[in-house]
Design a protein around this ligand. Sequence first.
Ligand code: ADP
Ligand code: MG
Ligand code: MG
Length: 913
Amino acid sequence: MGTRYVYFFGEGKADGSAAMKHLLGGKGANLAEMTNLGIPVPPGFTISTEVCTYFYQSKGSYPPGLEQEVEEALHRLENLMGRRFGDPEKPLLVSVRSGAAVSMPGMMDTVLNLGLNDRTVEGLARETHDPRFAYDCYRRFLSMYGDVVLGLKAESPDEIDPFEEIIDELKKARGVQFDNQLSADDLKELCLRYKELIRRKIGKDFPQEPKAQLWGAIGAVFGSWDNPRAIAYRQINGIPDDMGTAVNVQCMVFGNMGDDCATGVAFTRNPATGENVLYGEYLVNAQGEDVVAGIRTPQPINIRQKTDPSMVSLEEAMPEAYAELERIRKILDRHYRDMQDIEFTIQRRKLWMLQTRTGKRTGFAAFKIAVDMVREGILTPKEALLRVEPNQLNQLLRPIFDAQAKQKAIASKALLAKGLNAGPGAATGRVVFNAVDAEEWAERGEKVILVRLETSPDDIRGMHAAQGILTSRGGMTSHAALVARQMGKVCVVGCGDLEIDYKQRQMTVNGRVVKEGDWISVDGSTGEVFVGQIPTRPSEVLQVLLDKTLKPEESAIYQDYMELMQWADAHRSLGVRTNADQPDQAETALLFGAEGIGLCRTEHMFFEGERIHAVREMILAPTKEGREKALAKLLPMQREDFKGIFRVMKGLPVTIRTLDPPLHEFLPTQEADIRTVAEQMGVSVERVRAKMQALHEANPMLGHRGCRLGVVYPEITAMQARAILEAACEVKKEGLDVHPEIMIPLVGHVAELAHQKRIVDEVAREVMEQYGVQVDYVVGTMIEVPRGALTADEIAKEAMFFSFGTNDLTQTVYGISRDDAAKFLHDYLDKRIWDFDPFERIDQDGVGQLMKMGVEKGRATRPDLKVGICGEHGGEPSSVEFCHRIGLNYVSCSPYRVPIARLAAARAAIREA
Ligand code: ADP
Ligand code: MG
Ligand code: MG
């Protein structure tokens, strides 16, 4: 026997099954599966994807034997139904449906009611005693066939669909609004006009012969595999061209036979909330796509879903059919072990299932369904972990807009612009255009959104005070985006439509003017910006964890979250730390499950209050003595900072990075500020300006920064080491354990590290002796320039640990300054030169190779070398997975990303096993 091309399903038995998606397509495989489960499915057959492949390889011809097989399957259908194809008394009608293994918009649409012609339509009318129904089917068939098989579509975007035009004319002439108000004679007339249209346009009569209709439709399905829309979709989604589509030929069931008929779509669980209840819509006396096409307003599937008492739910209108649907929902949900998206039709109160597939859902629903399914004994915890995309957890943690309120806002044209969704969540507040205003307004109790061209370290406190941050420039890894994520702030960046005028305190957006004090709403999950106030809802998890305004036992969501996180922790081997500069951030991260601090940036502390003066004094001092005097002022402040962090971390490891940014970042830029600084420092304006000139660098990213500062000014490293160790000794004396890890940035040569380490060790010896306390501290390095990775074996002789600084490493491996990348990043992504932004996701092929080498070389020297990552990538799921694979000990990310990293780490371990 040769290859088989046709697979039958009907009468409780099918040749295929859900496992045969590649051969039967998703639709066909699931129709077979449902049939085998004993679920009522109209019988039919599937022509396999192999025919599609053959069709393309042989320029549109079919494999020998196919016609025979189709013929046989048709006979089988005829016998089963007791009807014949083209029989004028009892005609068999079918639908022809396309269906690839993955669902693909752009493929041929379904043709319903195939088999009707001028004679069989009369037979159908006689048999059903319902000419209106018969001609309704015929006119639908004529327009669908005309459209999808004969290609009669609107010829230009300004024109309307030619069939649409005719029915609209007729409705107008009859003075009716809806299709179902047309009489049998109207519909008969419509069929005549449709056939006329077809004859006029293609110069041939509409094919009356059902077999010709069938082969026409089959050919159109296979032909649509190679239409430009489908090809483009495959390209974008990486679907192989030779996969092919299947064709399903299925007996018609009718939802348009009267008021005891209906058609609908539903989900086996609520796709927005995940609730384990049937959720969907239906229409009485309708066929196929009517529900989604918006011809009439669909009604809710059940009573609980009604939002208006005038609605009539299926549960009320057809209780038996509803009960049957409810029964089948449970079977499918349990059998497929996942939420299903289903299509059904009710013909004379009998329910028929027409499709099932895994349903799309919100992150929130994904999470709830996964946890529920473990409780219901459907999934194992391991499987549940694989069902939730780590980033989907965001939706659980962030405040969100009330969905209906947002819909309303869109409907009333309140959408102002769209940028990049840098910090998920929802925020609403009044516009302010600078950080000082943000702070002041917030102090008065105003809710504000800070709107800037872009942000700088100067703006940190204003950003903190704002509900949300909106910038017109910058990408996903811009300062604003980075800080917002660390703070857990709602943030939209790179919103190019904003024309911000700081002076006028207003912005113009596509001709609309938004002034200081006006309300706007920012959706950091989608990048949308609205004018006006949209009500938000805080996430329950945060209400329990952080605000403590809700008790754990009062929140089911919180309990579910904790459960999922416990499963994640049980399965992961990769540690998860946080990037935190302040005790409050550290505390938040601990509540999210952080196991230490992987990066504490000391320079962020330098901007606080009085400190910036001491920092500037240090920078402006002409001598080492002068610098040391200024540093002595900073010492107690830094010590207090570290004590605060050590106390919060209660013995967990804390990695502190010594000063990293170039010094000019701490100097003022505005003329007025320069004058103030000069006054405060008691030096001339010229001196300040001269120093600024001296510090000017052509390319600060590659300039005097990182350990290069500590090499030139060892006293800075010494002061920082002292602050850390004194803090450690004092906290130890309080009875808490402390594990400081002192991290030297930007090391490319082992001698740099050795130099800095000597300073730290010397200070440590002194301090510990002075306090009479032993502190278990270690000195390690960041690996963030290529030479660091290339000579990792040498560097590991001095380093007790490595931490990959993948932001700088990406910049230096690519030779691209991250701050300037925005200018061409879009083009690189649009033109598919890059598949992704390497500052967002680790470039595993390039940067990742260096990381791998760094781990291997480092551990060759020091087998127990602890290796982590503290770049922004540490909270990005695919990067976390990569870190697991190359054997890192931990990832470190911003506090709000900690749960995401925990989940990603667990999934990496499960996938590897
Ligand atoms: P899509 O892939 O666009 O969902 P479908 O093949 O599922 O297209 O069909 C479109 C509509 O027609 C759906 O509502 C489906 O339920 C309905 N339909 C398809 N085949 C039949 C049939 N044999 N009887 C009744 N309705 C059908
Ligand atoms: Mg469908
Ligand atoms: Mg760096």
